[in-house]
Design a protein around this ligand. Structure first.
Ligand code: C2E
Ligand code: MG
Ligand code: MG
Ligand code: MG
Length: 284
């Protein structure tokens, strides 16, 4: 009897596994249609410097689902399992360049640095990724300084030699890279020294409640000193309260991003926010 139960269990297990696979395939298919239907949008979250000026923004993917409405990128891990992430990633890059072009046309504030785009593993390891980026920048006639790429620390660690080379080449073409979610990816200091990235982004997990957590403050402090030693800028992501901001400022963090300042928003709203902050400065 025990044997039968086990066999039965085995059957159920494979059944649920194939259900899962079918569900994922259907989902990928649906995303493909979404891409064709133009369901995807780029939202922008402003980044601020120590003078409370907007110094850049991160482009974040959203999907406007015909039934479910606006969705956060919960689907990215699924898209990453198929080659669909390449098509989505290219769409993101092109849309960001289109938007940068419009910002350049309307005039950027002098302290504005760049728009950052997130890059996934499959994109990074494509042999012609660098050419694709350069070609897109050229196609939309933007100045390369206005675009930057965010690569997560764990992604870099898994592809270290390739990443070092890629980031170096992009830097020579004036496209900077940031190390995203820093502090969660177990990179060794020896690696970090060799990665020619320009910005370290302190992971949100060390920012949340930093004013109340000695260990978070100690880690953030270490990341900030590390960045300074390596001549990199450092940005804290996920700043939600004034207390967190004060704490990060006192530790010497350069730039900030989070709901305390501003939420991700459609491009038109971001562009209006940027224009308004510029006018406010002029009238001061
Ligand atoms: P990430 O690159 O670390 O992006 C930051 C995430 O934190 C965003 O979530 C943003 O909305 C959220 N966030 C910002 N400020 C705060 C805050 O103060 N509090 C809290 N609780 N959250 C905050 P989102 O947009 O849901 O994106 C999640 C992740 O999905 C991103 O993490 C990134 O890894 C990935 N992603 C987003 N867009 C793209 C894309 O175009 N391509 C790729 N490959 N990945 C993307
Ligand atoms: Mg990011
Ligand atoms: Mg991040
Ligand atoms: Mg993060």
């Amino acid at each position: 009897e025990a044997k039968n139960a086990k066999a039965l269990h085995g059957v159920q297990y494979t059944q649920s596994m194939s259900d899962k696979i079918n569900k994922r395939l259907a989902y990928v298919d649906e995303m493909k249609q979404g891409l064709a239907r133009d369901d995807f949008r780029l939202y922008y979250q402003a980044q601020y410097n120590r003078n409370n000026e907007i110094c850049g923004a991160e482009a974040l993917l959203r999907r406007f689902h015909p039934v479910h409405g606006l969705e956060s990128p919960v689907y990215i891990p699924i898209a990453e399992e198929s080659n669909l992430i390449l098509a989505i990633g290219q769409w993101v890059l092109e849309q960001a360049c289109r938007d940068i072009h419009q910002l350049e046309q309307q005039g950027l504030p002098s302290n504005f640095t760049k728009i950052a785009v997130n890059v996934s593993a499959k994109q990074l390891i494509q042999h012609d990724f660098q050419e694709k980026v350069l070609q897109t920048v050229k196609q939309y006639k933007i100045s390369p300084e206005h675009l930057s790429l965010e690569l997560t620390e764990s992604l870099l660690v898994e592809n270290i030699a390739h990443s070092i080379e890629l980031i170096g080449h992009l830097k020579a073409e004036k496209i900077d890279c940031a190390i995203d979610d820093f502090g969660t990816g177990y990179s060794s200091l020896a690696y970090l020294k060799r990665i020619p990235a320009s910005l370290l982004k302190i992971d949100r997990s060390f920012v949340t409640n930093i004013d109340k957590s000695k260990s978070s403050a100690a880690i953030a402090n270490m990341i900030i000193s590390l960045a300074k030693t390596l001549n990199m800028k450092v940005l804290a992501e996920g700043v939600e309260t004034q207390e967190e901001l004060y704490c990060l400022q006192s530790l010497g963090c350069h730039d900030f991003q989070g709901f305390y300042f501003s939420k991700p928003m459609p491009f038109d709203d971001f562009s209006a926010l940027l224009a308004a902050s510029q006018n406010r400065k002029k009238s001061q």
